[in-house]
Design a protein around this ligand. Structure first.
Ligand SMILES: Cc1cc2nc3c(=O)[nH]c(=O)nc-3n(C[C@H](O)[C@H](O)[C@H](O)COP(=O)(O)OP(=O)(O)OC[C@H]3O[C@@H](n4cnc5c(N)ncnc54)[C@H](O)[C@@H]3O)c2cc1C
Ligand code: SF4
Ligand code: SF4
Length: 445
């Protein structure tokens, strides 16, 4: 057994994803989440909290080496989920498709299924509120473009639709859940859902009140610098930006052809396709949170239901967006079956292999890539993952993981340097070179 760790130990080891769970558990109002110099959210507080090793952190931080692993959590949560797949973990059913109800698919990032399930839970009186990520009303005053919020009506849930590749944290909403009795559903990326399940195991209040978890498949988390870089490349200043849309849909274009849009305070819009942004190749790892280098859950294996994009043809070509859905909870499974029967959902059953195929790149990075990164043995705390260290892979694969790792670190550092020295052209030139090197080792898409 490891000695207890403090929040500082997790942060210093590069394994803090910024979920806010540790902060939510503190009663000290000086303990808070905030952005670091690189645009990632981190816990802050007095030394006696920040540096104090604690058993609670060991049990509830999703990156603690001692916290219960996803397999074990899922086995306890979904004992009736009969199917098992290396990518999806335990599950009952899996589907590909989209929501058939007017507007919902168009509003969603993929097929709108996450918003549909959240609304169905509310409309069937199974919950009182949905906790998810919504745009901030006044980004310059709020200090962020997105945050977790509590939606209690269909309209509010719909307003929250779309994926936010932006740091957000749970401490404020967890404090509200503790103060306000109710039945809540939470939407989150896999490590946040794991943090929720660990908290539910640890604290009866969260167990009783958080009734459903809706997971999003996850490639990695970006820092807030991505939006800043978009603004620079679209030639607008950040304080002018009122709204950010990471994936604007064009029905007549392939779904994977992302278009980023910034709405300015004067109502005008600037936009650019990700492929024409110097740091717009998702897989290259620009601005990735370092904790993502140690992650082994792509499909939110501890969530009642998980949603992702169907990144295989012909679905990936459909600009309207198509979901893959992995169901683990009986209740959600029933809602979805009824939705299919009534024609409100266009979903076809698929197997775990199909789901894995839609996430091949993310799974390689979190299986083969993780095993290789673990073999470097360069972390301050000994982490235990569900894959073992392994450096026995072809040199061509090693080079991809090494370049991606360095892009993720150096993009943050060079962006900070360029920003503070008012030399953004330096970052942009570096990003172009970095992408060139990445394509040299990986091949151009
Ligand atoms: C950081 C990140 C990385 C992702 N990586 C992948 C990937 O590699 N492969 C893949 O197939 N899919 C990935 N997804 C999921 C994908 O982008 C879609 O969110 C998912 O397919 C659901 O689409 P939808 O149309 O059903 O959701 P929608 O109907 O658009 O609803 C999305 C819901 O998620 C909430 N939400 C948005 N962003 C966040 C966030 N950061 N944290 C918590 N809740 C949020 C919204 O508030 C809304 O309730 C990722 C999502 C995120 C946020
Ligand atoms: S990952 Fe979450 S719980 Fe762990 S130290 Fe970071 S903010 Fe705290
Ligand atoms: S890649 Fe893993 S650690 Fe990173 S945000 Fe996604 S689920 Fe969390």
């Amino acid at each position: 057994m490891n000695a207890n760790l403090s929040p500082k130990d997790i942060v210093d080891s590069g394994m803090c994803i910024g979920c806010g769970s540790c902060v939510a558990q503190s009663k000290n109002f000086k303990v808070q989440m905030g952005f670091d110099n690189f645009g990632h959210l981190k816990p802050y507080g007095p030394v006696e909290w920040y540096e104090e090793p604690s058993r609670d952190i060991m049990d509830t931080c999703p990156f603690s080496p001692e916290s219960t692993k996803e397999d074990e959590l899922a086995a306890a949560l979904f004992p009736y989920s009969a199917q098992k797949n290396i990518a999806a973990g335990l599950y009952q059913n899996a589907y590909v498709g989209y929501v058939n109800q007017p507007g919902l698919r168009a509003k969603g990032s993929s097929g709108g299924m996450t918003t549909w399930v959240a609304m169905e839970l509310l409309n069937n009186n199974l919950i009182d509120a949905v906790i998810h990520v919504v745009p901030s009303e006044k980004p310059d005053q709020d200090g962020d473009f997105f945050h977790f919020s509590i939606s209690k009506t269909e309209e509010e849930i719909l307003q929250g639709a779309k994926s936010r590749y932006y740091p957000t944290e749970l401490s404020n909403v967890l404090k509200i859940i503790r103060e306000e009795p109710g039945r809540y559903a939470i939407v989150g990326v896999p490590c946040f859902i794991k943090a929720i399940q660990l908290l539910r195991k640890h604290d009866q209040v969260f167990k009783d009140r958080i009734k459903f978890t809706l997971g999003l498949f996850c490639g990695h988390m970006k820092s807030s610098r991505l939006v800043e870089s978009f603004a620079v490349q679209m030639k607008v200043s950040l304080p002018e930006v009122a709204k950010v849309e990471f994936r604007h849909k064009f029905p007549d274009r392939a779904a994977y052809w992302y278009n980023a849009r910034l709405t300015l305070k004067d109502g005008s819009i600037v936009h650019k396709d990700w492929r024409y942004l110097n740091d717009g190749d998702w897989g290259a790892g620009f601005f990735m949170n370092s904790a993502c280098n140690f992650c082994d859950d792509v499909l939110a294996e501890t969530a009642d239901v998980s949603f992702g994009d169907a990144w295989v043809e012909p679905y990936a070509l459909d600009g309207l967006g198509t979901n893959v859905v992995v169901v683990r909870s009986n209740v959600v499974g029933l809602l979805i079956s009824k939705g299919i029967a009534s024609g409100r959902l266009s979903l076809a059953g698929v197997d775990g292999k199909f789901i894995a195929r839609t996430q091949e790149a993310g799974l390689r990075q979190r299986r083969e890539g993780l095993a290789y990164r673990l073999s470097w043995n360069n972390t301050k705390i000994k982490t235990k993952k569900r894959v073992d260290p392994n450096a026995n892979i072809p040199l061509s694969r090693k080079l991809i993981y090494i370049v991606r790792f360095h892009i993720s670190i150096w993009s943050s550092t060079i962006f900070l340097f360029s920003k503070t020295s008012n030399l953004m052209s330096f970052y942009l030139a570096w990003a172009k070179c970095a992408l060139w090197v990445y394509y040299k080792v990986r091949g151009k898409p």
